[in-house]
Design a protein around this ligand. Structure first.
Ligand code: F0G
Length: 461
């Protein structure tokens, strides 16, 4: 018998209507947005694949948690529920809530970094690196080379290269490295996972050099999916068990809970060290809020506690990453160049290959993202030279090897039919790629420029 079709492991209780727009409407909207999809109004978007952050569909259980919000200024019941859930599912003893991931990054960087320090990481994330730099550190990329090659199909492209890490220690000395920051399912590499074997080796390496191990666990459940599927010895372990095992290897964690944990807003800094926790509590009151709510409302902490449990269910994560894989496969069937293997949260289009006539200084990924919106009202995000920003010392653009457009899939929001429409739209844009023009800045903000930058089209020679 033929293999049965697959269906989402949930049914839909409430819907949000989408607006259809004309090509003329969309041309007007994208020009008004300075050809930057971040500056579009959401009501002008048909399928919104800008991000998977804060845009997931909460479950009926999470929504009922919202009604159970205890909005006391101090000691909210929901804080204790969240803290206990984090300890039970993620292993970390002490939790400081923050308004979202970057709030946790801010406090962590302030606590541990001294001017002149170095922070190694498995590729950078925009806000993470900026907080490290603002605290006086230099970020050093120690991810395996394969992560920078969109055509390399090696599994676990999020792994750390120990030669790079050892070279850094030889160069600057372990005392200049307060911590290593490791992301599970590396966003900027294309949602690529790190293996448990690599994580275990890293734990030993950190102990040997007396360097703290910080875990950016924003997408830890998706990482666990790849471990279950691909790493020897884990096929029979549940996602919940694998997530716990990953977390146990690190000392400190930051989480943007708007992704895997499926809340619209929230995050936390968690750790096992009581002294460090006291310090974090002292800082969180300055920048976020009292240590039992940080930047969150009680109701949001409740929804997060419930979301964490839902996020580590095998059915859920198989459907979630399965949908991303489905879109990737549809695109590969049409020979669209994408980052391989397909990652956990998004499919990344290789803009260098789709727009070979554009040089990187004319922002091919930005131009492709604007063109896709004009084609079909699908909103994506640039993840290339614009996102990479400028070197703080030389002022030169960072020129990343990866020049990508991210089609990010929100959790539990779109159906397989939306994925079909998306794939067809990308293929249509690819077929008229030679009409896509390069861009130049008309406005370039100094920090995290991709959010607010504006562009105009040029006709490169
Ligand atoms: N770390 C990772 C790996 C992230 O992907 C993000 C956010 C953050 C930290 C920061 O968290 O937004 O809650 O402050 N990524 C979003 C994205 C914005 O679209 O990829 P935040």
């Amino acid at each position: 018998m033929q293999k049965r079709s697959w269906a989402e492991p949930y049914k839909i209780k409430m819907v949000e209507l989408l607006k259809m727009t004309s090509p003329e409407d969309r041309r007007k909207a994208i020009l008004a947005a300075g050809l930057n999809t971040f500056l579009l109004r959401s009501e002008d978007v048909y399928i919104d694949l800008l991000t998977d952050s804060g845009v997931g569909a909460m479950s009926d259980r999470q929504w009922s948690g919202i009604m159970m919000g205890d909005e006391a200024y101090a000691g909210s019941r929901n804080f204790y529920h969240m803290r206990d859930t984090i300890e039970a599912y993620y292993s970390y003893k002490y939790t400081v809530p923050t308004h979202q991931g970057r709030g946790a990054e801010h406090i962590l960087s302030k606590m541990l970094i001294k001017a002149g320090d170095y922070i190694p990481g498995n590729m950078y994330f925009t806000t993470t690196r900026l907080h490290q730099e603002l605290a006086g550190a230099t970020f050093v990329d120690v991810i395996v080379d394969a992560a920078h090659d969109p055509d390399n199909t090696m599994p676990f492209k999020g792994n750390v290269d120990f030669d790079k890490l050892n070279a850094l220690v030889d160069d600057v000395g372990a005392e200049k490295i307060p911590y290593i920051c490791i992301a599970t399912c590396v966003n900027m590499a294309g949602g690529q996972p790190i293996s448990l074997r690599n994580l275990k080796e890293l734990r030993v390496w950190c102990d040997k050099h007396d360097i703290r191990f910080v875990h950016d666990m924003t997408r830890v459940a998706e990482n666990a999916y790849f471990i279950q599927k691909q790493e020897i010895g884990y096929a029979d372990k549940s996602i919940q068990e694998i997530v716990y095992e990953i977390c146990q290897l690190s000392d400190i964690a930051t989480q943007s809970s708007k992704k895997d944990a499926m809340v619209n807003i929230g995050g936390f800094l968690a750790m096992n060290d009581a002294v460090l926790y006291e310090e974090a509590c002292a800082l969180v009151v300055v920048y976020e809020g009292l240590h039992t709510y940080g930047g969150m409302a009680g109701r949001d902490m409740e929804a997060l506690a419930i979301g964490i449990v839902e996020s580590v269910q095998d059915d859920h994560i198989h459907a979630r990453v399965g949908q991303v894989e489905y879109l990737g496969q549809r695109l590969m069937d049409h020979n669209v160049p994408i980052v391989q293997p397909v990652g956990g949260h998004a499919v990344f289009l290789n803009a260098r290959k789709i727009l070979p006539h554009l040089r990187q200084e004319h922002f091919p990924a930005q131009a492709l993202s604007a063109a896709l919106y004009q084609e079909s009202g699908i909103r994506s995000m640039e993840r290339g030279v614009v996102s990479a920003g400028r070197d703080k010392d030389t002022g030169e653009n960072y020129m990343p090897r990866l020049e990508l457009v991210r089609l990010t899939i929100p959790r539990r929001v779109y159906t397989q039919a939306h994925m079909d429409v998306t794939a067809e739209s990308v293929v249509d844009v690819m077929h008229k790629a030679d009409q896509v023009k390069g861009l130049r800045f008309t406005y370039e903000p100094e920090l995290l420029r991709f959010f607010q930058a504006r562009f105009e089209e040029i006709n490169p020679a």
